[in-house]
Design a protein around this ligand. Sequence first.
Ligand SMILES: Nc1nc2c(c(=O)[nH]1)N(C=O)[C@@H](CNc1ccc(C(=O)N[C@@H](CCC(=O)O)C(=O)O)cc1)CN2
Ligand SMILES: Nc1nc2c(ncn2[C@@H]2O[C@H](COP(=O)(O)OP(=O)(O)OP(=O)(O)O)[C@@H](O)[C@H]2O)c(=O)[nH]1
Ligand SMILES: [Mg+2]
Length: 435
Amino acid sequence: MLSTDTIFAPASGFGRAAVAVIRISGGGTRFALETIAGGVPEPRRMSLRRLRDPETGSVLDEALVVFFPGPGSFTGEDGAELHIHGGAAVRAGVLRSLGRMPGCRAAEAGEFTRRAFLNGRMDLPAVEGLADLIDAQTEAQARQALRQLGGELGRQVESWREDLIGALADLEAALDFADEGDVPASLEARAGGAARRLAGEIEAVLRDSRRGERLREGFVVVLAGPPNAGKSSLLNALARRDAAIVSPVPGTTRDAIEVACDLGGLPVTFIDTAGLRETEDVVEREGIVRTRARLDQADAVLWLDPVDDPCPPPAGDPRYIHLRTKSDLSPAAGQDLRLSARTGDGIPELLDLLSRRAGDALGTGDALVTRERHRRALERCAEALRRAVDALAVDQGELAAEDVRLALRALGEITGRVDVEAVLDRLFAAFCIGK
Ligand SMILES: Nc1nc2c(c(=O)[nH]1)N(C=O)[C@@H](CNc1ccc(C(=O)N[C@@H](CCC(=O)O)C(=O)O)cc1)CN2
Ligand SMILES: Nc1nc2c(ncn2[C@@H]2O[C@H](COP(=O)(O)OP(=O)(O)OP(=O)(O)O)[C@@H](O)[C@H]2O)c(=O)[nH]1
Ligand SMILES: [Mg+2]
């Protein structure tokens, strides 16, 4: 697709609404406004305009129109917004009129943001943060996404990158001056120190990087135990709706059933599973295979067995929380956590416990790394830096320089910029090589 096209799309979703926003971006924006809105309004001010079908001259809507001149716009191009009435017919009329203009076409998914990235308005982490913000279901997820949209990860990676460019400049200069006594040794020492320090900083970030990924994806709680223990009943009580079938027949649940909840601002997904037992029923057996797969992904497992029919959980796995169900059936005994889906007894205590577990695993949204993509790139970066440090220790300057280049490329992948020009600029600026 040519980026010279002018693109348009509804920015406000598709349901019935009071107002719908149509977004336009590209070099044909002014022409489109002249054609459909009778002129280009004063930049960045909302103006009330009558929109007309350019072919028939008939009135499409009374709309609020905003013009954003490039390059100081969201995409970096000329852009506009038409705030129209939200009905399907009005929207269809405006979109049809825009589509008939030369050089104008409907935008592809994410195309406005893609242009913002290509025009240098956003780096990749900001693009990812924007996507996460739109998907965020809880406040903690939104907070994390906003920090990334605001450039926190991008700035940190850029700052590491600059330090590494300095180290690489030192290494390359040391190689250039290899025949000049003490100079190379001190440059190599400085580069080695920087590589060691950066590897340490990145490793520290990596140590708690899973919290950011978990917050993005949600904390996964699996309900498991013997058949008929009351797993589906508890799921329904937690979801406050009839999400799963409950029956007195053991082996009722076969497919895993997921319910996403907001636990005090934290995203938690509860998964009800088929009860575990030996069985000849092929459908039930497939259900149990699925239960085992879900248990592998769980951040916490609620192991349920009834007070009147005990079946203890596997020992030694810290993710398991043992809960005795149907507490209404027999008086309290022992120290197990007890609950009843029927009376609601014990459920507030369970939610408390899970909030604490989820809070510990997710943090409140101060993690820097939120995606596997970031984590993998940082892991490669830190490994390359450790190799560079080792190479310098045995006087292998060329190898060390190559590893630092690999580390730089890994960082560049995070922000979406991979170039060598900056290294050269830095090298020539820092050293007056007058020879
Ligand atoms: N109506 C409307 N609401 C919206 C957006 C939008 O595009 N339109 N946004 C879109 O996602 C978000 C706001 N984000 C935006 C980010 C940058 C610019 C922008 O034009 N930036 C220029 C000028 C900034 C200024 O006024 O000082 C710049 O950064 O140079 C606009 C919106 C959320 N709300
Ligand atoms: N008295 C009492 N009965 C309960 C309670 N919770 C569930 N039951 C009953 O126990 C039976 C089984 O409940 P389910 O929630 O379907 O059990 P399950 O663990 O999902 O069973 P499977 O899907 O077969 O593995 C049903 O008859 C429920 O009404 C409870 O707290 N107290
Ligand atoms: Mg069930």
